[in-house]
Design a protein around this ligand. Structure first.
Ligand SMILES: Cc1cc2nc3c(=O)[nH]c(=O)nc-3n(C[C@H](O)[C@H](O)[C@H](O)COP(=O)(O)OP(=O)(O)OC[C@H]3O[C@@H](n4cnc5c(N)ncnc54)[C@H](O)[C@@H]3O)c2cc1C
Length: 438
């Protein structure tokens, strides 16, 4: 089967990032950050604004991995519902919920404060329900947020139809704290802001070795080294041998997106007319939004294959047509994917691996807001905030048992969930359970 040409819509429509060079020679800094995505650049920016001399090392180019590839949905909170989170984290629970829920405030504040041109809109985030059971779960989620003072809205089937233009859903949840950005433009804007604040960024400079010498850390890259008393690892799903123990706390899972041609005007006004982003409740969730020129951008789980075949993206085409049958006939112009970092407890983690060595990662597909928040938490911790002042737990690094098998398990889980979603879309009389009952 033929391969599909991969190109991200965002790489074609984002304003240019700063031009940076690889690290050369022996450098010094007060803080070195490994990884120039949202986590690393937010950490570096907050440190630079506090007067620290910061140097960021990036293996590829700025935002070339998840931060420049994602769906650009700015989502408040973490994957775990507030009541469960409070039960899991005990005394920290309430503050972690508030910190994560305020993620979009931080994103849109940074965008305003630094004049970042990234098509930012804050019209909310919708979770449309694919089943009655999912709708009941959304109602429970809404009630948990109401008890914490958040004004989320439960939507009827008709209201979801009005807001999304899709008749596919039973109802949903609208969270007006969320919004959308052009993700690559946002991460490049953070990089420009960091340089204006006096920070340095070295691209195409993979950190190869990290050693502790005379009270400072030394990081070697192919053409240079940097010595700093403080190092922050911000490599998330792309963590490599720079920290094998961190890498083994994560399961990287592929997510893949397609974007249509701009939708013609009369049709376009019926699809997400108020500009919200949406992530539905399928087992393999499908997330979708319009971009600034009226293209529908839809993502769902990808494949682990090195080459993307036509049959892989046909799953995405079918998803678009199932949600929006009215888009049949509109061409698909962009195809691209990246890796999402999943954690065992579905929560992001801030780790202190050794004195002066911090890491933040594990956003489980909700990193636009949360990775930006994590960057600020890492900077605050680096500047001396106690765990109590931080209001966020500093957790031990717990590599997953049998991590080498995690990729196999992730593949199997994705296939299984595809099957479950596929069966749930069959007419009731054709589902497996119905055959047995017949
Ligand atoms: C397809 C896709 C869709 C998504 N959609 C959404 C969404 O709509 N909303 C949402 O909230 N979240 C979404 N996410 C998740 C979100 O993109 C991530 O959680 C977030 O970007 C993580 O940011 P980060 O800076 O931690 O990691 P990254 O952006 O991945 O940055 C890590 C950087 O570290 C660098 N690196 C790795 N190793 C080294 C080394 N040894 N030396 C130097 N540099 C190194 C990498 O090159 C990379 O640039 C999506 C993710 C993907 C892949």
């Amino acid at each position: 089967m033929s391969a599909v040409a991969l190109q991200s819509l965002w790489s074609v429509t984002a304003p240019p990032g700063p031009v940076c060079s690889p690290l050369a020679g022996a450098q010094r800094a007060q803080a070195a950050v490994i990884g120039a995505g949202y986590t690393g650049l937010s950490a570096a920016l907050h440190l630079a604004e506090a007067g620290r001399d910061v140097l960021v090392l990036e293996a590829a180019d700025i935002g070339e991995r998840a931060s420049g590839l994602n769906g650009g949905q700015v989502i408040p909170g973490v994957k775990v519902d507030p009541d469960n989170l409070e039960a899991m984290l005990g005394p920290y629970g309430g503050r972690v919920i508030a910190t994560a829920a305020a993620g979009p405030d931080l994103v849109f504040d940074l965008i305003n404060r630094h004049g970042i041109q990234c098509d930012a809109t804050r019209s909310g985030w919708i979770q449309p329900a694919t089943s009655e059971a999912a709708l009941a779960q959304l109602a429970r989620r809404a009630e948990q947020w109401w008890r914490r003072g958040a004004t989320v809205e439960v939507l009827s089937r008709r209201e979801v139809l009005q807001l999304t233009g899709s008749a596919r859903y039973r109802g949903g949840l609208l969270d007006r704290r969320g919004g959308t950005v052009q993700p690559l433009a946002y991460v490049r804007g953070l990089a420009h802001a960091l340089l204006r604040a006096g920070g340095r960024i070295c691209t195409h400079s993979p950190a190869l070795r990290l050693t502790r010498m005379a009270g400072a850390w030394s990081i070697e890259t192919p053409a240079g080294s940097v010595s700093a008393p403080l190092v922050i690892i911000a490599t998330n799903a792309y963590t490599d041998s720079i920290s094998d123990e961190l890498r083994r706390t994560l399961v990287p899972v592929p997510s893949f997106q397609v974007a249509t041609a701009p939708i013609p005007a009369p049709l376009r006004s019926t699809i997400l007319p108020e500009g919200q982003a949406a992530s539905d409740t399928s087992h393999l969730l499908r997330y979708f939004r319009l971009d600034a020129s009226g293209r529908l951008v839809l993502g769902t789980r990808g494949t682990f294959a090195r080459v993307t075949a036509l049959r892989d993206v046909q799953f995405h085409y079918r998803s678009v047509h199932e949600i929006y049958p009215q888009l049949r006939g509109i061409a698909f112009e962009y195809h691209w994917g990246g890796m999402v970092a999943m954690t065992r407890d579905h929560l992001p983690h801030l780790h202190e691996l050794a004195p002066g060595l911090l890491a933040g990662l594990g956003y489980n597909g909700r990193g636009v807001a949360m990775a930006t928040v994590m960057g600020r938490l890492l900077a605050r911790r680096a500047l001396g905030a106690s765990v109590m002042e931080l209001g966020f737990p500093v957790t031990p690094v717990l590599p997953l048992p049998l991590h080498a098998l995690s990729g196999v398990a992730a593949r199997a889980t994705i296939q299984y969930l595809r099957l479950v979603d596929g069966l749930s879309r069959l007419p009731a009389r054709m589902r497996v359970g119905a055959l047995f009952r017949a």
